[in-house]
Write a protein of this length. Sequence first.
Length: 344
Amino acid sequence: MSFSRRFSTAVRTACLLGAISLVGAAQAATTVNLSYNGAPDPEKNAVHVFATNLKELVAEKTGGELELRLYPNSQLGEEQARMEQTMSSPNLNIASFAGISPVMPEIFVSAIPFLFEDFEAARTFFDEGDYWQAFDETLRERTGIEMLAVVEEGGFLAFTNDEKPIQAPEDFQGLRFRAMDPSQVALYEAFGASGTPIPWTEVYMALRTGVADGQMNPPMYIIMGSLYEVQKYLTLANIQYSDQFLVGNGAMIDGWDEQTRQAFLEAVDEANAMAREHNEAKVDERIAYLEEQGMQVIEPSEENLNAFREQGQPAYLEWLKKQDIEQRWIDMALEDAGMTQLAQ
């Protein structure tokens, strides 16, 4: 065989091997499903903002070794179904309290009303507190799921209703409220109102038809659900920090090599920092939008905020005890939040 033919054959072989190598590299990329609630709309869904940023950062930091496939609008199932998928298969999921609480009811401790004065206090609680570290470890032991990030979903919860301005606890007397879960029922009852659990998908119609007079959610959800069309009054009481939770299959994460795992965790931290900045910057804008839509915005006085705390917190703590949640979880959380005087 002539040199030119040997050279040509060698080039073709090298090209073929290179192509095979590229195909192998492409095949080596791992695709991971990430599911979450809400529409893929960055203007209305803060969780979607977090998910899209995470997708881009993971691809960038892992050099394409990991690729996230996003499933908004609960496309892979409702909360409990998605948690079961995450426990049993290599998935990521952004869960709400409805997803986490069936396997870790201790999550309700982090939702003690009026626990945080502002974003900084809430972030310190989850980033540095003993309660959350113990929660992470117990969740992994109990389910095999890794807690990866606490994702803000639109500010602090506010009260809304269509009957009268709520300035103080006594203004709740006689009103009927939609509750997300039994813990919210306990809170409403502490103020002299009644609460009925109603699924999110039915909230608008329940408010429109008078099944409920009011509800509580962060401004983002009030906009997302067009609740300003059927609610007149918005009370900014900073009731609870509004958050969801990025969780992942622990065996999947442990199975990645060290470099990939660290790159992924860096992407999570960076995406969460970006989401927090975006969320906090949008709060005033969302409140202004609701005011433009005709809602009357009420900011309770410091005296009335204290009254909300003094009535709401003991009722919620009593409800926690009825859920057979060990006192140590409550004690840790209150200590982390600087509220040890509430521990018993």
